[in-house]
Ligand binder design. Structure first.
Ligand SMILES: Cc1cc2nc3c(=O)[nH]c(=O)nc-3n(C[C@H](O)[C@H](O)[C@H](O)COP(=O)(O)O)c2cc1C
Ligand code: SF4
Length: 725
């Protein structure tokens, strides 16, 4: 009787605490246990007696129940998180009652190894050491020549090497990875690489030990033990070594740590000599097929993959903020970092730790009365009133036409740096911009009235470098611009649909469309996200739906040999998103391919005539599909042409210019409004096919370059005729 009441009471308690979810199962278990106790079928164990819970190695891939013995050393730990969370049963590593049967494989390394030497560098020493390693390996007469690859420039998708691994044609051949890595306390591309290894390890969707297929790996770290001694010395090489091991790769050689300040390259050579000796050593080299998983430290052994413990990403952000971990994040561009030096050398003013501002050449040109950029012709923006800035110097692409390879901070989709408040960026950007304007007062030809006007910025081009939409407080920042009646042109790379969907009203919203197909986009943008195409497609849909109220623009940057074919696929994208306008611009040449990872040469820069032909073909394709677009304006000097929906043509006149006061009036009214609610007529000289080809006649008289431009157009007309003949 007493036990019957006890059973009922327990059932009630269980029902209440479980919310009914597991009631059926639990009640059944409790009932049967209590029943069996009553019947004395199961003895209740005292702590001294041995437990029937078995030790289980959750990481083992060769689990056989017979090889495990019971243990009494099992502890049950309650998790401290509030809410319902599963109990964690901590167990010791398995005690195996017999020696494991290891498969030992004799490997002829010189014949069977395909060696990849990966490196990343900011100031060049890792590249030098990696080259020297390759030279040494080449001298060994290996059957397969070693391959030298920069993780930043040659490896577009880390997953291809550090998740899938390349498949050699000969099945006897296996890959060996050698990594030459410097360490940087400041943010650098190595962080991104390490993050990838760690993410892969923690990604429950992929094989936990994907690098098991490698024959082996070794890491050589370069650092500076004088300034970064102790744990910080070569810490990123050590981390790479750790994560490679955890991903299942076999360590062929201990991680090398070389102080480049004191020991220099001779110590690196010593490591290289020792390592290469191993490859040609007469001693047989054994690979233990079963001994591939590095669980040398147990900091990750508390992994719980139960879905109840998974935390929503946003919630995670809150947890991190609350726990203060965010303050431990690195600065994106710290003052002592090579990226900071590189950017400031090129005229950027770094604002806070992740934003930048720069005076563009058109602002200088306009101050001297020598003409504004194409945005004056298309939208009425005076270049001397325009500030070019970005609140995020980091990006999730490595576009071929970007000059910053090697030093640019990168991240896939999560912001992993310290965050500056929007006021700091806003005030800092204006201060930086005005300071640069002031410095121009002595330049011959500066017009006094324009110089004075320039201290009242009216437009902000959020497009400098990096990805502005990535900044977590982008909406607040835009609000500050609008508060001062500064219009906002925001360019995003179509890789962050979540951020795009949440974006507030801007004056003009751009989506970079860098290629028409998945394969081409991969070649041109070299995106970090493997689902880059799906991201782009989502962005197109957002432009058509959630952000349809915005004045939207597709920006196409044409690069010969990369993205100038397949007009139909471009038209598919236009049809999917139906942007208000389409800007087509020939790429500009920004440096040689030497050193900065930019593979473009002058051969890839299209002539204006080629851009025109592209636009005419696209226009025909769109109109052929019944889409209401036409060619509206041009700016030959910038090699730029504007297409627009025909709703911007009123009484036969194009209205691609923006009525800025009207925009702010509508914004402040709080009412809903759309792209055509704040338009103005396009001036005659900017309209497609006009004599000026987008050059303001008022500026022409000051502009020596107008003559050059005229000649350029004449030359191209001549070239066109020759092509046609
Ligand atoms: C801003 C900065 C931060 C650095 N941080 C570290 C560090 O945390 N640990 C370390 O061992 N070396 C550090 N170093 C030293 C570099 O790792 C070392 O100079 C290395 O040789 C650079 O390689 P690289 O020329 O291939 O970029 C740092 C150097 C700089 C300039
Ligand atoms: S829109 Fe761009 S190119 Fe034109 S003035 Fe502004 S920053 Fe310079």
């Amino acid at each position: 009787m007493a036990s019957g009441k006890l059973i009922l009471g327990l059932c009630n308690v269980l029902y209440l605490i479980s919310g009914g979810r597991w009631t059926f199962v639990l009640v059944t278990i409790v009932l049967s246990v209590l029943y069996n106790i009553e019947k004395n079928k199961i003895p209740i164990q005292t702590p001294q007696e041995s437990s029937h819970i078995y030790e289980v190695d959750f990481t083992s891939t060769s689990f056989t129940s017979s090889s495990y013995i019971p243990t009494s050393d099992t502890t049950i730990t309650k998790r401290s998180r509030a809410k319902r969370s599963p109990k964690l049963i901590k167990v010791k590593k398995p005690v195996v009652d017999s020696q494991p049967q290891l498969t030992r494989t004799l490997v002829d390394l010189p014949k069977q190894a395909q060696i990849f030497v990966f490196y990343t560098t900011l100031t060049g020493s890792s590249h030098r050491v990696a080259k020297s390693l390759v030279t040494k390996l080449e001298g060994l007469g290996l059957s397969h020549a070693p391959k030298l690859l920069s993780l930043d420039d040659d490896v577009d998708d880390l997953e291809e090497f550090f998740l899938k691994t390349p498949q050699p044609e000969d099945s006897e051949v296996k890959n060996v990875y050698l990594l030459v890595l410097p360490s940087y306390e400041t943010d650098s591309p190595i962080d991104y690489f390490l993050e990838h290894l760690q993410d892969t390890y923690q990604d429950f969707r992929v094989d936990k030990y994907p690098l098991r297929s490698l024959l082996g790996f070794a890491v050589l770290g370069l650092g500076d033990s004088e300034s970064w001694n102790g744990e910080k010395f070569c810490y990123q090489a050590k981390l790479a070594d750790k994560w490679m091991g955890k991903l299942g790769a076999r360590r062929l050689f201990p991680v090398g740590t070389v102080c480049m300040k004191h020991e220099g390259e001779s110590k690196a050579e010593e490591w290289i000599d020792n390592f290469t000796q191993l490859l040609v050593d007469e001693e047989p080299f054994y690979v233990d097929e079963n001994d591939s998983v590095d669980d040398s430290d147990n900091e990750d052994s508390d992994e719980v993959t139960d879905s109840e413990t998974l935390v929503d990403v946003e919630e995670m952000g809150n947890i991190i903020r609350k726990s203060g971990v965010e303050s431990e994040a690195k600065q994106m561009v710290a003052k002592d970092s090579p990226t900071f030096k590189s950017l400031t050398k090129q005229g950027y003013t770094i604002v806070g730790s992740h934003s930048g501002v720069k005076i563009c050449r058109w602002t200088k040109s306009a101050l001297r009365g020598r003409g504004s950029c194409y945005k004056f012709a298309f939208y009425g923006i005076k270049s001397h009133l325009c500030m070019e800035t970005t609140p995020s110097l980091a990006c999730s692409n490595k576009c071929v036409f970007c000059w910053r390879h090697g030093t640019n901070p990168v991240a896939k989709s999560n912001w992993r740096w310290e965050v500056d408040p929007p006021e700091k960026i806003f005030n800092g950007a204006l201060a930086g911009h005005y300071s640069k304007i002031k410095q121009m007062r002595g330049i011959p030809g500066i017009q006094m009235d324009r110089f004075q006007e320039a201290f009242q910025v009216r437009h902000c081009a959020l497009s400098l470098v990096g990805e502005p939409i990535f900044y977590p407080h982008i909406n607040e920042f835009i609000g500050m611009l609008h508060g001062q009646h500064i219009s906002s042109f925001l360019v995003c790379n179509a890789q962050h649909p979540d951020h795009l969907a949440k974006l507030n009203k801007v004056t003009q919203l751009y989506l970079s469309i860098d290629a028409p197909t998945k394969t081409d986009l991969k070649k041109v943008d070299r995106p970090l996200n493997s689902d880059f195409w799906e991201r782009l497609m989502s962005c197109l849909d957002i432009i058509r739906t959630t952000q349809a109220h915005q004045r939207t623009v597709f920006r196409l940057t044409l690069v010969k040999g990369f993205n100038m074919g397949d007009i139909e696929s471009y038209a598919d994208m236009v049809e999917r998103a139906m942007p208000s306008q389409i800007e087509i611009k020939g790429a500009t040449f920004c440096g040689s391919s030497n050193g900065n990872g930019n593979p473009l040469t002058m051969q890839n820069i299209p002539f204006y005539e080629e851009c025109k032909q592209f636009v005419i073909a696209l226009n025909e394709e769109l109109q052929g599909r019944g889409l209401d677009y036409d060619i509206a304006a041009e700016h030959a000097h910038s090699c730029c042409i504007l297409m627009a929906q025909r709703k911007f043509q009123i009484n036969g006149k194009w209205h691609t210019h923006i009525d800025y006061p009207k925009f702010f009036q509508l914004l402040e009214s709080g009412e809903d409004f759309v792209d055509t609610d704040y338009i103005k007529e396009t001036p005659e000289w900017a309209v497609w096919g006009s004599d000026g080809a987008g050059f303001n006649p008022e500026d022409t008289k000051y502009d020596r370059k107008a003559e050059k431009l005229k000649k350029k157009i004449e030359r191209e007309e001549k070239a066109k005729l020759e092509i046609e003949v």
